[in-house]
Structures are given as C-alpha cells and as structure tokens.
Design a protein around this ligand. Sequence first.
Ligand SMILES: C[S@@+](CC[C@H](N)C(=O)[O-])C[C@H]1O[C@@H](n2cnc3c(N)ncnc32)[C@H](O)[C@@H]1O
Length: 469
Amino acid sequence: MHVHETTAAAPAPEGGVLVTDLSPRGVGIGRLADGRVCFAPGALPGDTVRVQERHRGQRSTTVQVLELQEPSPDRRDAPCALAGRCGGCQLQALTDGAQRSWKQRHVRETLRRIGGISIPLPMLVSDERSLGYRNKAVIPLARGDKGLVMGFYAPDSHRVVPLQHCPVLDPRLDALLPGLLADINGSSWPVYNEASGKGALRHLALRVGANSGEVLLTIVSRDRQLTDIHALARHWMAEIPGLVGVCLNVQPERSNRVFGRQTLCIEGRDWLIEHFAGLRLQIGPDTFFQANTSVAEMLLPHLRAAFAGTEQHLLIDAYCGIGTLTLPLAASAPLLLGIERHRGSIREARNSARINGLSHVRFEAEDVSAALPARLGDCTGLLLDPPRKGLDADLCRAIGEQAPQRLAYLSCSPASLARDLRLLLEPGHYQLDGVICFDFFPQTGHVETLAVLSRAGGPRAVLPVPRAA
Ligand SMILES: C[S@@+](CC[C@H](N)C(=O)[O-])C[C@H]1O[C@@H](n2cnc3c(N)ncnc32)[C@H](O)[C@@H]1O
C-alpha cells in the first residue's frame, strides 16, 4: 500500500490505537480516531498504542509508537535481544501460535480480496523448531566506530545492526559468528562503503547442510585483492567443524545485488553436499536453496500428491533452481524437465541428477516466460515456483488455456499468487483442489503457499492432511 508523505509530523488524536492486523512486511495496522488506516512499526495485533504521526497520507499514515498502553495477549518476550532493531525478523514478540494464525488468515484474506477465491485452508504446515532453522546467512559487513561490524540491516535502511548471535540461524552457523568477526576484523581488509563505492568487504555468506553438516563460507568483496586470504582460509578449514570450502565472490557492481558473477574457490571446494529427501544435492555459495530444510522436506508429500492419480508423461518444474523440488519428484513421471535461467543453478542441478543416477530428469538454462509456452503441449504436470513477483500475465493465460492435467504453484507472495490464480482459472479449464500454507520462516512475516489445480472434469488431487507440529 502506498503511503503519501507529508512535511510536518503532527501528534495523533488523543486516545490509543488498537492494532488489528499486520502488513505483509510485519508492520502493525490500526485505525486513527478519524478513521484513517495507520501503519505502526513494532506494534502487534491486539496491542493498544499511543502514537505520533510521521508520514501523513490521505487514506493512510505511518506512525511512531510512543507508548504501549495495553499489550496484546499474544505478546511475549522476544527470543532475540535485537528484536525491533534488526530488520531480519518482524514477529519475534508474537507467540508462535499467533504468528501461524496470522499467516493463515493473511493468505485466506489475500486470496479472497485479490483472487476472488474462497477456499478452506487446512492447518499451516510448520516444524516444531521456530528458532535455529535457517541453513543460510548472508550478513552485511560495515565499518563501525570500533572496527568491523557484521549484522543485518535495521528496518527500511542500510544501517547495519551489529550482532554476535542470531537465534533463527542454525546453531552450527550461529556459533561461528563471534570468531569469524574477530578473524576478519584482524585482517587488514578494507570494508566496502556504499556511499563512495570504495573498499572491498561487502558480505559474509554462510551455508550449512542441515542434514549433512557440511559448511561453506564465502566472502563477498568488491575486488579480489584480499591480503593473506589463503592463510586465513586454511586456518578456517582447520578450525571450523564441517567446513568444506572457503570461496571469494567478487561483486564490483554498485547495486543491492549480493553476489557478483565470479566466485573463486580459495580452499576446499566451492559447493557442499546436502542430504535431502534421500538424495545428495550439490549446493554452491550463491545458488538458491530453500532456507528451512526440514519444512522444505515436509512440502514434498504435498507435491507428490499433486501429481498422483493421473498418468504423467512429462512433468515440468519451472523456476527449478538447483532441482531441489524436481529431483525428489523423479518417481512421479517418466520424464522430468527443470527450467531455470541461472546457469550456475542448472550446472548444480545436472550434477545432482548425475550423482543420484536420475538420467530421466533433465535441466535447461532458459527463461521460463520464453521457453515454457512452447513446451506446454507435451506437459502433463507443471510445478511453478516463481520469484516474489509471480508470473507474467501472458504466461498465466497460456498455461490456463493449455491446462496441463495437474498444476502445483508454490509461492512466497500471497498477493501475486492470488492475482495469478485468478488468471489461471479464468478460461475455466482448471479447478482448484487445495491451498495449503507452510511456515518456512518463523519469526518473520513471510509465508509460503502451495495451490494445486487439476483439469476440470478430471480426477482431483488429494493433498495430505497436515498434523500439528
Ligand atoms: C523461489 S526460487 C525457486 C527455486 C526452486 N524451485 C527451489 O525450490 O529451490 C525461484 C528461482 O527462479 C529463478 N528465476 C527467476 N526468474 C526466472 C525466469 N524468468 N526464468 C527462469 N528462472 C527464473 C531464480 O533464479 C530462482 O532460482
């Protein structure tokens, strides 16, 4: 929602504001006394807060919370000391149960409002672990008053909030942070300065195979001249449990894109092996892998069910990344094709297919919008897992017209999913068999949603019923 800015900040009308909802980015939403919607960062549903207007708009306004007059019954002490200051998580102070209810409600409301879809949602699928689940961290580095700092950005800024400990991170990675900070601080490496575009160090990227225990460490730097990096890399290889490689990614661009095109392997190898769904997957420093391994594994029975009960010939996984979802579906069809535009991901997907002896699973490095329409004629099952912005309208129309027997659409944005489902259903060739939400990112406002469609008149997909975590 767009908020119009104003020049002067005025005090809000007398009386408290009751917060009733959260924005998709985890900002509290309530109404001022004059009926305008207000966005209150840090406030949670059920809180009554005293506020001051900051950015006034015609229909909505952003406010600053001055006082928590009446806390929500769903509030708790945040498990992270940086909650509210660090922009990484937004819902730390909300109980796990209330977070899940809100996510479920948010998806249901968004489907109704944008997609015109009313469908009962089964229980959200979640792991009992709501902390320590992240298998990956990409941590900005900055120059502080007392030397190097590492930490995530404060909400809506590029100001680094220094951290030593991140409770959502896999404990094996979390334990490394203080030592790595001290080691990097002890080097003479200059830190990148966003304003001037000078300096070198930009990010520290860590990845762990949650099941295999293998760790990969990558320094992202504007240039490759980091004195004695080989010596430090050898020290890390000797000291860090599970470390299989140290890489240097070179990112010279003045942009928000974390990784540059070139990755140099400094020590060990530039990939780790993860055990996922009984397979061995090769994962590099900069390729996409689901950040919550165990919830990603919980997704698989739902995907298999989406394609069961029909005769499958060709199952296409569009936006397949490194084949994380394609390869575990290998038994669902005699031929599978993964399409992905990032060449490094396709290289890893092909390697993983080879390592696991799955020669009927192919991967092509192509743009989905350009390549998929021509393949829809042969396709009996289609898995879509696009980035946040969702699908092009033309692609939705092409899929809705050709209607492969089964369609599974996994989305990280309820709004773009709702918009695309409306277009996919419009020609009338599809029926919606089920929608189910997954809590991949506890403590944050993110929710992942799977929608399963079958060709109208054909056998419907039957999804497993989730059980409580
Ligand atoms: C949300 S990730 C999903 C990856 C994979 N399904 C998984 O579960 O690991 C989306 C992927 O789509 C890729 N992508 C984005 N736009 C694309 C496009 N137009 N054509 C092909 N791939 C694209 C990205 O590189 C990324 O790997």
